[in-house]
Write a protein that binds this ligand. Sequence first.
Ligand code: ADP
Length: 809
Amino acid sequence: MAQDKILTIPLLPLRGIVVFPHMILHFDVGRTKSIKALEEAMVKDQKIFLSAQKDPALDDPGPEDIYPVGTISKVKQLLRLPGDTIRVLVEGLERAKIVEYTSNEPYYEVKVREHPNPKHLVKDSETEALIRQVVSYFEKYAKLSNRVSPDITFTLTTIDDYARLSDVIAANLVIKLEDRQSILNEFSPKKRMEKLLKILVNEIEILEVEKNINKKVRQQIDKSQREYYLREQLKAIQNELGEGNQQQDEEAEEYREKIKQLGLPQDIESKVLKEVDRLSKMHPSSAESAVVRTYLDWIVELPWNTKTEENLNLSDAERILDEDHYGLTKVKERIIEYLAIRKLRNSLQGPIICLAGPPGVGKTSIVRSIAKALNRKYVRVSLGGVRDEAEIRGHRRTYVGAMPGRIIKAIRQAGSKNPLILLDEIDKMSGDFRGDPAAALLEVLDAEQNKEFLDHYIDLPFDLSDVMFITTANYKDAIPRPLLDRMEVIDISGYVEEEKVEIAKRHLIPKQIEKHGLKPSEIKFDESAIRDIINYYTREAGVRNLERQIATVCRKVARLIVSGQKKSVRVTSKNLDKFLGRRLYLFDKANDKDEVGIARGLAWTPVGGDTLSIEVNLMPGDGALELTGQLGDVMKESARIARSYVRSIAEMIGIEKDFHKKYDMHIHVPEGAVPKDGPSAGITLATAMISALTNIPVKRNVAMTGEITLRGKVLAIGGLKEKVLAAHRAGIDTVLFPKDNEKDVEEIPENVVKKLNLIPVSSMDEVMKNALVRFPVPENRNKGEEENKTETHIDIQKAKDEAAVTVEH
Ligand code: ADP
């Protein structure tokens, strides 16, 4: 700083610019005071002092408004522009600081002290490191900012003098005026470098953030521009092809109209309308537009707000139910109760009714009547074979060929939001890896959840709370447990012959006569003919085949009448085979005589009950037990239990003690068609064995059912009603059944009970007493000791009971 000089020089205040030494730049000058200063400079040595005003907006800054540190510069060129503006080209020479304002008018003149950059600077290693860092940061800055010409970065490498270097760099930064000024203020080159470094680091950080933001913004803009552009292009192409989109607009408008009429909640409506917008932007024949169109059709056709008015008149309902169906009292009663509650509470809450029973007992048809009685639309949803959750709840629309589930389909079919939906064969549903349909169904049935039922396809909540659900099942045991818990099961176990006759007379025959275009006067069914159809042409718990056979008769009669061969026909048991051909079923009638080793059991089958002969043969051998007749495992076990029991009482009833070592026993159960499993043949097996071993015949008119224990107790069984009816059909008059089942007798039609001798039994003794022609006793006692019989069998049971107690100890 030895060369510090004081200089008097005109001052030109700059607006928004800071000039550094070595910097060449041009700017325009318009203010008179500034022009005067320039003119003065030109007159002298072309030197002028350039210093920035603190506030670029001031037109006439005072000395206090001007930074004291500026640059002595040389004016290299002046160019007069139209108006009073002058364009100046200047080159910065040296730093200087104002020490005094010597004049204010007509221009500012100041005394400045020069602070020239020191010459021949020596660099220590710290400075060198600093310089390198600044240069490298500057290069980075140049790259990021895009505002620095690549030449500059190159030039930097040629500058060795770092005082100058710092000024060149500062001159090329696009930064705030204050920051530039603060660099200019710094007379020490090293300090300047440090300041530069700080500013550069800061700027780079800001630039990087900016760059990121820019990138994001650009991506978004690019995307929407691209789409816009493509869509415009598409429109242009469509117009060229004459496809236009007028049609499409009309379609969209139509959808919008329809949607608005649905009266959907606001949020749902706007969601659907969005789909319409999407559609209107798609190519009308694209695959995707077809998908959206199908979807919209679904939405538009769903009865979001359509209801039928429910008929809650109890006597009306009762009349309709009675008109359509004979019997089924329990179902009818339950429906009337339901109606009464509904009338009082106006809600559908409560368990779902499940009608359980074999096919053809009128489950489906009574539900149809219920719908009629309540004035609800009726829809049947078959659940048989449904394994996939999506069948209930639909597939998501992203899935190819997606469809709504069966519930929504049913609603659309019904066309009202309060139909009666029959969920048929709920027991035939099964879950697998595609999800559990039962769980989905549970949600459908749950009054808490079904207000906002979400079908995957529809994807909008639909209110199912007004829907009345009734389910049916063949076997209630096969209904998934959680579903069963939500339901009230009403058993419809099947009809007895009497009931079937009534149903045929009152409903099936008139229905078929009408269906075949006959007049009631043209065809008459004798009751005996009806009974024969029931007994010999059908074997079922319900009346479906009965109806079918009646239809066959009607068809044939119609033909006779139309062809003029007959004027009217009376169907009797004699001429029945002309219409229906040979008898299809022959009932296992009671045996002709009492036989040894054959006992009659009773079986339950899905189509009602049946009788079951059990035959036992003994052959000399070593105690093998052979079982034939396709027996199930449980029944085989029963046979073993029965044999063990017989062995345990052998001596007491006069059977050879070691019969099991001397004889092979073969048990056969004929009749391939009847499924044979379950424990209920236990006492029959034992009876047949005892009869074979004691040679005492079994009474021909007795049938029995009951599980047996090792100690000869008789345990309860299921399906008593069907079994007793089967026995009745087979012409048997005595039925032995477990005492524990006595309560089930109420279910059996009275007229059948009256005709039969129903004997409850609790032990094998009672079974033997009633089933065998005489009670077996040991040889020695048997001779002339008839009167001891009763006592003897009591003894046996007593002995067994005592044995049981002993074992328990
Ligand atoms: P399910 O659904 O139990 O298999 P359906 O409802 O299909 O049985 O009944 C079969 C036929 O028998 C139908 O035509 C039905 O009208 C008739 N039907 C069944 N039970 C009765 C009844 N109690 N009264 C009148 N018709 C009946």
